[in-house]
Design a binder for this molecule. Structure first.
Ligand code: AKB
Length: 318
């Protein structure tokens, strides 16, 4: 592959791992990592890295033209919990950066765009179990509203201007290389750190609050597979449902206890409980399976094994 790829938000939870995965696949020089700040993860400096504010249209255009960018992975967003604290900032960041990138695609400056949506596009009136690809969508968070609006813009730019935009509604993402920040599903990452470091964890969601989640390796694979799928297989241009693994805090506690029997969890729900309660418990991703052959690899115990093993090494607890 000799097409240059740009990652917006390369220092974030998904951006870090996607940059590393794409550099592994295509070589360091083909992947331009960008973020609003310098990276903490020194691995990101092994290839080109630029500080870019994705909210600044002309800075975005300049970096795309400078590197003759073909594909942009747009991973800049303020997530659900932080978005509720700063609604206008979340709206501005989440919408402006997407619209600037869609405009560059419309003008042909870039040829392809991946943009992530989220299970947050669904709301309290959405069917909770096996949530269909097309259903009632009345999100009750600013983040969810911005993701739903973003989905509509993606479909609009595809229909009106032929923009090749592709998207996934990510479930909560669980990873060890980089930490999430500001999300409602973050408890399912924190719990692994606390299990290893302290042997106990206080969940900010209630014991039986089930949500769809996914191990980062599966999410990265899905992202690259969809972005690289032949055009004719991508029949949905707003965003694809991905099911992931549905579990509640009690069930992830039990999975961790199979490896750390003394681990204990208690539950002190905070404002994030209400956000989680508005989201689906499980998702139907048959369209992704049928259209571009999606298939998930990690189940809950497989993910627990991978998280605990990798975090032990990362935290020097071997
Ligand atoms: C969040 O919790 O806000 C995100 C998401 C589900 O998109 N992880």
């Amino acid at each position: 592959m000799n097409k240059t790829i740009l990652i917006l938000g390369a220092c974030g939870q998904i951006g870090t791992e996607l940059t590393l995965a794409l550099r592994e696949k295509y070589g360091n020089d083909s992947i331009v990592a960008t973020d609003i700040r310098q990276p903490e993860h020194s691995e990101l400096l092994k290839g080109p890295f630029e500080v870019v504010d994705a909210g600044n249209a002309s800075a975005l255009r300049t970096v795309c033209e400078k590197h003759n960018i073909h594909t942009v992975y747009h991973l800049v967003a303020m997530l659900s919990a932080t978005g509720e604290k700063f609604p206008m900032k979340a709206w501005d960041l989440n919408m402006q950066s997407l619209l600037h990138t869609l405009e560059l695609a419309k003008e042909g400056v870039i040829k392809k765009l991946f943009w992530p949506s989220s299970i947050a596009v669904f709301g309290p009136t959405t069917p909770k179990r096996n949530t269909p690809q097309q259903t009632i969508m009345e999100p009750s968070t600013v983040y969810g509203i911005s993701k739903l609006a973003g989905e509509r813009w993606c479909e609009y730019y595809h229909a009106k201007y032929g923009v090749d935009v592709r998207s996934i509604r990510y479930p909560g993402l669980i990873s060890w290389k980089s930490q999430p920040g500001g999300g409602t599903t973050d408890y399912a990452v924190e719990i692994y750190y606390k299990a290893l470091e302290e042997g106990k964890y206080t969940s900010f969601l209630s014991a039986q609050r089930t949500l769809p989640m996914m191990y980062m390796d599966d999410a990265i694979r899905a992202t690259i597979e969809l972005t690289e799928a032949p055009k004719e297989q991508v029949k949905i241009r707003n965003s694809y449902n991905l099911a992931g693994i549905s579990f509640d805090p009690l069930t992830i506690e039990a999975s961790i206890q199979k490896k750390i029997p003394a681990f204990e969890c208690d539950f002190t729900p905070d404002f994030r409980e209400e956000i989680a309660a508005s989201w689906p418990e499980s998702i139907d991703d048959s369209a992704a399976q049928d259209h571009w052959g999606w298939s998930m690899e990690y189940d809950l115990d497989g993910m627990t094994e991978a998280m605990l093993t990798n975090l032990k090494t990362k935290l020097g607890l071997q």
